[in-house]
Write a protein that binds this ligand. Structure first.
Ligand SMILES: C[S@@+](CC[C@H](N)C(=O)[O-])C[C@H]1O[C@@H](n2cnc3c(N)ncnc32)[C@H](O)[C@@H]1O
Ligand code: SF4
Length: 390
């Protein structure tokens, strides 16, 4: 059975580089090469499409960087050209990531008319001083205005990105941010703990951050408010109102397929071989925008994933989900018999870190607190290891 096929489109430029961010994003120094980049994305799709011949796209995610630097006409034209290469399924979810400072008045209605039906807005915090400390180019008022415009434009299916454990933040501050975010009536909320990513300015010069215990308290207090307000947690950092989960991200976590176009974009495809086991391949692109543009005519580099890596790769995605996974999903997605890995969840079950509920294997509350270590147990030869604290 072939999994659903999503499409990720990467836009690598931002107005300024935030000091905590290790995404493939680059401060824009010259004019935005809008049409050159759109042409390269289309060529990229044309080169990759034969590998997905006969399949349709189930969701599209335009991420960054800051895709909202591109005008609605450019985004609309791009969607039309991509659709002509591979069809989009009826009701295809099409998300645009937006920085609240980059969207001029009236633009959301234009993005909607151009085919966007979901928006993800980088709010981060509603405290002006904190936004400054994070190097953000927007102010809280920009998010209020953007949310209002989204509702008016018929784009009420929007996500707010919020971070916590921010410089000088306390539990009351994290809760105040969340309460303000929820007052804007988003359909979805992503709640990320600020991490110091290697290679970023914050990693070299860390700001004063709350300690782990306070961060833990913030998370607990915020999760309780989210649950009380009807936002169910379905993944480590993702919360949604009923029926408003991000379908695109769910496809990643359920180990579905996706094409990746744009600088640094990754892809994953399942290809039927000779009727026996499927072959899973991953694609990578050059990250630096100029180098990507210069090489777009060659398409990405593809590499087959060895069978022995598949259980770990599957676990790395599926165990992020609160619902966990069914044994049958493991088999249809990896092509491997579940018997090959069953001893791993069984051993973790004995340690109180995984549980089998209504046919789904999932991490327990305690397992989620040490999710990375738990996932490592799915690596070849790691099942016998005794975990610290288990
Ligand atoms: C690719 S960014 C995109 C959105 C858009 N460029 C913006 O920042 O407004 C996705 C989200 O990841 C989160 N993020 C980025 N770096 C992070 C870090 N070091 N720690 C925690 N969350 C981070 C932020 O909430 C950010 O909005
Ligand atoms: S705007 Fe978003 S993608 Fe760009 S540098 Fe900041 S966090 Fe990263």
């Amino acid at each position: 059975m072939t999994p659903p096929l999503a499409l990720y489109v990467h836009f690598p430029w931002c107005v300024a580089k935030c000091p905590y961010c290790d995404f493939n994003s680059h401060a824009l120094r010259d004019a935005l090469p809008e049409s050159t980049y759109i042409d390269a994305l289309v060529m990229d799709m044309q080169i990759q499409a034969p590998r997905a011949a006969g399949r349709a796209i189930s969701s599209v995610f335009m991420g960054g960087g800051t895709p909202s630097l591109f005008k609605p006409e450019a985004i609309g034209g791009l969607l039309e050209r991509l659709r002509a290469i591979l069809p989009f399924e009826a009701g295809c979810e099409i998300t645009l990531e937006a920085n609240p400072a980059t969207v001029e008045r009236g633009r959301f209605a234009e993005y909607h008319a151009a085919g966007i039906n979901r928006v993800s807005l980088g709010a981060q915090s509603f405290d002006g001083e904190t936004l400054k400390a994070l190097g953000r180019i927007h102010q809280p008022a920009d998010v209020f205005r953007a949310a209002e415009e989204l509702h008016t434009a018929g784009l009420s299916n929007f996500n707010l990105d919020l971070m916590f454990a921010l410089p000088r933040q306390d539990v009351a501050g994290a809760l105040a941010d969340l309460t303000t975010a929820l007052s804007l009536e988003p359909a979805h909320l992503s709640h990320y703990q600020l991490t110091l990513e290697p290679g970023t300015l914050f990693a070299a010069q860390p700001p004063p951050l709350p300690d782990d215990e306070i961060a833990w308290d913030m998370q607990g207090a915020c999760h309780a408010v989210l649950a009380a307000r009807g936002f169910a947690q379905y993944e480590v950092s993702a919360f949604a109102r009923a029926g408003r989960q991000c379908r695109h991200n769910l496809n990643y976590w359920r180990f579905g397929d996706y094409l990746g176009i744009g600088a640094g974009a990754h892809g994953k495809l399942t290809r039927a071989t000779d009727g026996s086991a499927p072959c899973i391949e991953r694609s990578t692109h050059l990250r630096e925008p100029r180098r990507y543009l210069a090489s777009a005519a060659q398409g990405p580099a593809w590499k087959a994933v060895p069978d022995e890596d598949l259980p770990y790769e599957f676990a790395m995605n599926a165990l992020r989900l609160n619902e966990g996974f069914e044994a049958s999903l493991f088999t249809t997605r990896t092509g491997l018999p579940f018997a090959r890995v069953e001893s791993i969840p069984r051993a973790l079950e004995k340690q109180g870190l995984m549980e089998l509920v209504a046919g789904h294997w999932r991490a327990t509350g305690r397992g989620r607190q040490m999710l990375n270590e738990l996932i490592l147990r799915f690596l070849p030869g790691r099942n016998s290891g005794v975990m610290a604290g288990s």
